[in-house]
Write a protein that binds this ligand. Structure first.
Ligand code: MCA
Ligand code: AMP
Length: 504
């Protein structure tokens, strides 16, 4: 095939005037209209001087146009680098600099703030706004409606997705065409997606879940998406009757359960509800089944690996577990210190190997070597246990990570900022249970004695450079941090002490 990713996901729909994206306002974008837009964007990217392998950094609101930029990157062989719209200009600067992106696509509202970033990095700045307007879309409108797809192989890079690290420095996970395609194929088959499916899509498309899981498998199967800009309970409930399937983070499901309009009748026609990105509490799974008669299908994945395991479509979907390795993916539980495989039933580090596993971190060979073994196994940093029936249960994390509403937050990044603030000697950032987001961020500060830290000023300062969802919901001053005999901060003790802060 000339370009496996483009041909398989997009090219197969050429000339089809079938519905693809069903929008909130009732508009319908057909496959043909979508591909025309993507081809025009592909021409524009080429005209702007981008070559196969170059990176395109994209921080725009969810829209058909945003998805068409992904398709255009696939068609031109350009590496798609989507960015969370909540990131501040400081955060975006790092991604553009680190990736060497040749274009930065942003919303007009952020263009003035991001222009210096683009200039300093030698990237072209263009805009696409929430309603699809913008300099990029305007320039593309007059361009030809078809584009000669650039030849690629499955081993070529398709996307960079940045994921934070325990050192506080984000790493660009390099995903190949083959990584994305193998996973989409496995999921279409396991979850029995067909052209008849209508997926209720309320996830953002700048992360794996909304882009590679939800969108890629719908494209591969030839189905439709009710393509909503974000999760809004009223809108979800209004559109549910038209859908056959839905994918979400656990917060979607707890919010639905919190609404009396979400009834058995409303969900009766649905074929499948999928949850992932964060642990789905067994009680949510059970309550959902009681309310609707549906068992949510929970699966487990990562930015670096796409999806690794899934509960079965036809067999028993077991609450509190993430099911079995997907076809073609090997999974083992190992001793974190020695790397040796542990006996079945023991708790240890989850390692995975397969065509889904990424190529490495962009320009970080040492980091890559720390997590990706030479034999191809990726060390996930998650702790798991396999029960006697083969179901994987995630029992904890070997990495200091908070997951809030499905977004990953690395404490180190926030601690580095807090430590620089006036009056702060040191800090520890922890995740504590939160009824809506699963976990929420709390910052613990120790004063350096020079002056009482001004918490309001600290909050205001860090909010300049930190996306809102990463900002501590609460800052607390303690005389000292609990430490073990080796001097390491005991975050578990802090989580135990402050675990009830957001109790419902
Ligand atoms: C929004 N806010 C948050 C979050 N989202 N705070 C903490 N955690 C969050 N996740 C803040 C906003 O900054 C705002 O703050 C306030 O909450 C309300 O904002 P709003 O935009 O109205 O929030 P929302 O619409 O209610 O959003 C919550 C949400 C959303 C629907 C749960 O965060 C969401 O769509 N999450 C999905 C994330 C996702 O796709 N993850 C997949 C990653 P203020 O009012 O103070 O200004 S991929 C992955 O993890 C792997 C690969 C996998 O396995 O899938
Ligand atoms: P990310 O780095 O955004 O790709 O997030 C990946 C992490 O999300 C994994 O390493 C897990 O810690 C977590 N995760 C994803 N799916 C699940 C799940 N179903 N249950 C528990 N944790 C999950």
């Amino acid at each position: 095939m000339a370009n496996p990713l483009y041909d398989t996901l997009f090219g197969q729909h050429h000339g089809k005037h079938t519905p693809f994206l069903l929008l909130q306002d009732g508009d319908i974008i057909t496959h043909a209209a979508f591909l025309k837009m993507a081809a025009q964007y592909a021409h524009l990217l080429a005209q702007l001087g981008l070559k196969p392998g170059d990176r395109a950094a994209v921080q725009i609101e969810k829209s058909p146009q945003a998805l068409a930029v992904y398709a255009a990157c696939a068609q031109t062989g350009i590496v798609f680098l989507p960015l969370n719209t909540a990131y501040t200009a400081d955060e975006v600067t790092y991604f553009v600099e680190d990736s060497g992106a040749r274009i930065l696509l942003c919303d007009q509202n952020n263009a003035a703030g991001l222009a210096p970033v683009a200039k300093a990095c030698g990237a072209v700045l263009e805009t696409i706004n929430e309603d699809g307007s913008g300099t990029f879309s305007a320039k593309a409108e007059a361009l030809p409606e078809t584009f000669d797809t650039v030849t690629r192989t499955e081993d070529d890079l398709a996307a960079f997705l940045y994921t934070s690290g325990t050192t506080g420095r984000s790493k660009g996970a390099m995903l190949t065409q083959g990584n994305l395609l193998s996973n989409a194929r496995a999921l279409v088959s396991e979850w029995q997606f067909t052209a008849k499916d209508v997926l209720l899509h309320a996830l953002p498309i700048f992360h794996t879940h909304g882009l590679f899981v939800a969108s890629n498998i719908t494209l591969l199967a030839g189905g439709q998406m009710i393509f909503l800009p974000k999760f809004n309970l009223d809108v979800i409930i209004a559109h549910l009757p038209r859908a056959t399937t839905m994918m979400g983070v656990p917060t979607f499901y707890t919010r639905l359960l919190g609404d009396p309009r979400f009834t058995k009748e409303l969900a009766s026609h649905m074929r499948l509800f999928v949850s992932g990105s964060a642990p789905l509490l067994a009680e949510t799974h059970i309550e959902f089944e009681k309310r609707t008669g549906h068992k949510i299908l929970e699966r487990y994945g990562m930015t670096e690996t796409n999806m690794n395991t899934s509960n079965p479509y036809s067999g028993e979907r077991r609450a509190g577990t993430v099911g079995f390795p997907l076809p073609g993916i090997e999974l083992k539980i190992t001793d974190s210190k020695t790397g040796a495989t542990l006996p079945q039933g023991d708790i240890g580090e989850i390692e995975v190997r397969g065509p889904n596993v990424f190529k490495g971190y962009w320009q970080m060979p040492e980091k890559t070597a720390e997590e990706l073994r030479s034999d191809g196994f990726f060390i996930t940093g998650d702790l798991g246990q396999i029960d006697s029936d083969g179901y994987l249960q995630i029992v904890g994390r070997n990495k200091d990570l908070i997951i809030s509403g499905g977004y990953n937050i690395y404490p180190k990044e926030i601690e580095l900022l807090l430590d620089q603030e006036d009056g702060v000697l040191e800090s520890a950032v922890i995740g504590v249970p939160h009824p809506d987001f699963g976990e929420s961020v709390v910052g613990i500060i120790v004063a350096n004695g020079s002056a009482e830290p001004d918490l309001a000023a600290i909050n205001a300062n860090i909010s300049k450079s930190l996306a809102r969802f990463k900002q501590p919901q609460k800052l607390i001053i303690l005389p000292e941090l609990p430490r073990n005999t080796m001097g390491k901060v005991q975050k578990k003790a802090l989580r135990d002490q402050f675990g009830g802060l957001f109790s419902a």
